[in-house]
Design a protein. Sequence first.
Length: 163
Amino acid sequence: MRVGFLASTYGKPLYAFWILITLFVCGCATTHPDIHPVSGFGDIAWQAPLSGVKDLSLLPKGGGQWKWAVRDKDPLMVGQVPVDKIEYIFIDDAFAGVDVDFSGYKNLSLLIRDLKDAFGVPTINNSSIKMMVWKPEGTTVMLRYYSKLNSGEMKYILDNVIK
């Protein structure tokens, strides 16, 4: 169908509507979870100082150079997948990773789909222990599922901070 035909027959509003729909569909196709290997997780940049991240509450675990925190107003979502917990990991007071817990096989399937869409085939796919690993751009994403508990975890870590 010719573009000129749409514009002349149905008017400019319909033509603009189809352009917006096309842009929206293209944008959705490239959307993936909050995992951004080069920049961090969600809106927190890699190596961001602990003191510079708003609304954090430190958790009573870790110690020494490792600290865990949660965000008080954090929506418990990774992309469009509901999760049970998101904990942020700081090493030497710099953002270095995230630990996510989720429930249900459906959410596992959604996370696998999103991670495969974003990063392709996993580097490691161990079905006997139900673990998948991706290694995008200096980071590691590990997804593990425990069928007896009907729950799983996703760990996302910046590689160069682990010594």
